[in-house]
Write a new protein. Structure first.
Lengths: 92, 322, 127
């Protein structure tokens, strides 16, 4: 095991756990995007460049965009912004 | 007859969640009205408590605390199940042949054939492209149809009729699917960047598609890159400008034409192969753009189909139509 | 180090893939939010793909792109898992889009993403 691969695999698992733990939907989707990017680097280390290109375009690009569009559609982004503003004003 | 009565009470237990609980319980107001200093009343309250059958008390407890307890139990149980599953699977992994060894039973004569005959039989230097569109072409045809069916089902679920869209927005501006109005129209940084990146994305997508037979890539990855370029265009410049060159009709024409071309080419392949005839396809010179025989047109068809599907998903999610 | 752990350490890619699969399954079971469930589903997908691709890797060999006309199979890694996973990635994005569209319709109808609340509302409507 090279150090590089070990770090990437550890990152993969940390990303997966932190998606499960985060309460904010937007943050969890951004973490998912990072997860896909790490996956695409891992495909390269596994000598599968076809998969690396596809994962970077499809997994990190289009899937995350679809998640964002869904969040926009169900007004989750707006609601979370409003909630954060409320929290900020409470702190003040 | 006794069993009949038992059944009745069972049915009432299932339907109402209690064995006629009102026989045993006092309402809170009645309870408060009782003077607890008088011993008889205290006795009444204690009877009230003790004479309630166990089942009714259980039901009562469940209806108040049960959901919470069940949720906690469910969490613990799900983590437990998953840890057990991981344990079982890991014990299986420890018996697998070691990672990266060439004695792995998955490396057999099939792999040898795919790699050593790729240039003679399919004309591709990228063994993966040769494998997925020639040796296992039927599988990939099914994959393209999965994409088609997914796009169709998303259209069925999310499409809003254009006339309805206008009326519905006026009647109910918060309606899901009507957020065409929220488009930002003058984001300078985004526009300038998109002006640079959109042509690059298209050219890179085309490059990946055309070189799919001789370098990593192919129809699916190149198509996804081109679809991402289309999405970036519509994000930066608005749906109106994208609709000028990529609208509803364009989408249907490209998508149907590409899928038909793919199916026809594949049908030719399969028909000739099944009869053991030579398919008379010029394989081109391996390593160049014109190589791989029918794989190049198949890659182009798949690429455009995937690009259309990706943009279609995005447009349907954002505005409920193309 | 016991033999069990040593084997796991040798097969570290497979181990990580199985752990990812488990985490995805936990996310799928534990969260009531539909979007979290879909992300968990995607993690399970990725775990499986990583497992498949790791089975095809052979140490010290190159990606299956034939250079210099040298088609010696002992120089390249196994191309079959790569092809299978390529199919899988594209299918998983279609399935994700379909699931998200269903989620949108559910939100449209019930104005919540909580599966328990949706079940509750459906039961109430039925009665």
């Amino acid at each position: 095991m090279t150090l590089f691969e070990g770090i990437l695999l550890a990152f993969l698992i940390i990303c997966a756990i932190s998606v499960s733990v985060t309460r904010n939907l937007l943050a969890s989707i951004i973490i998912f995007m990072g997860f896909s990017l790490i996956m695409s680097v891992l495909w390269l280390t596994l000598e599968a460049p076809d998969l690396a290109i596809t994962e970077a375009a499809v997994g990190a690009g289009v899937t995350s965009l679809l998640f964002f569009a869904t969040l926009k559609k169900i007004h989750a982004i707006k609601a979370e912004d409003a909630k954060r503003e409320e929290d900020d004003s409470d702190e003040e | 007859m006794r069993s009949d009565g038992f059944l009745k009470s069972l049915v009432s237990f299932v339907e109402n969640g209690s064995f006629r609980e009102e026989d045993y319980t006092l309402s809170p107001a009645q309870k408060d009205a009782l003077d607890t200093d008088i011993p008889e009343n205290r006795w009444l309250l204690s009877v009230q408590h003790s004479e309630k059958p166990v089942s009714a008390r259980l039901i009562n407890w469940f209806s108040h605390k049960g959901v919470e307890v069940f949720n906690n139990l469910y969490r613990i149980a799900s983590v437990f199940i998953c840890v057990t599953l991981i344990g079982i699977l890991l014990s299986v992994v420890s018996f697998l042949p070691s990672f990266g060894s060439a004695e792995n039973p998955a490396v057999n004569e099939v792999v040898e054939r795919y790699v050593s005959k790729a240039i003679q039989e399919t004309g591709t230097t990228n063994a993966v492209a040769g494998m997925i569109s020639a040796y296992r072409g039927f599988d990939t045809l099914g994959e393209a149809h999965v994409l088609f069916v997914a796009a169709c089902s998303v259209i069925v679920l999310l499409r809003v009729d254009p006339s309805e869209r206008k009326r519905g927005r006026r009647l109910n501006p918060d309606r899901v699917g009507g957020d065409m109005d929220y488009e930002p129209n003058s984001d300078l940084i985004l526009r300038k960047t998109a002006k640079l990146l959109v042509p690059l994305a298209f050219i890179f997508g085309l490059y990946v598609i055309l070189n799919g037979t001789s370098s990593p890539g192919g129809g699916f990855s190149g198509g996804a890159i081109m679809g991402a370029g289309l999405i970036l265009h519509s994000v930066a410049f608005g749906f109106k400008r994208t609709e000028r060159f990529f609208g509803d009709e364009m989408y249907h024409v490209i998508k149907t034409a590409c899928l038909t071309v793919y199916a026809l080419l594949m049908a030719y392949f399969i028909y000739m192969g099944a009869n053991g005839w030579d398919d008379h396809v010029w394989l081109g010179n391996p390593g160049g753009i014109i190589s791989g025989g029918l794989i190049l047109p198949i890659n182009i068809a798949v690429g455009f189909e995937v690009a259309c599907t990706m943009y279609c998903f995005y447009a349907l999610f954002r505005k409920g139509g193309l | 180090m016991p033999a069990f752990l040593q084997h796991l350490f040798t097969n570290y890619y497979e181990t990580a893939a199985i752990i990812l699969f488990g985490i995805g399954f936990t996310t799928l079971l534990m969260h009531r939010n539909l979007i979290k469930k879909i992300i968990g589903f995607n993690f399970m997908d990725s775990g499986l793909y990583l497992f498949l691709a790791a089975k095809g890797y052979i140490a010290g060999r190159l990606a299956p792109i034939i250079t210099d006309g040298n088609a010696d199979p002992s120089k390249y890694v196994n191309p079959i898992p790569t092809g299978l996973v390529l199919t899988g990635i594209v299918v998983s994005v279609s399935v994700t889009a379909f699931l998200l569209a269903l989620t949108c319709r559910l939100y449209d109808r019930f104005h919540t993403l909580d599966l328990d609340e949706i079940t509750h509302l459906v039961r109430k409507e039925r009665d």
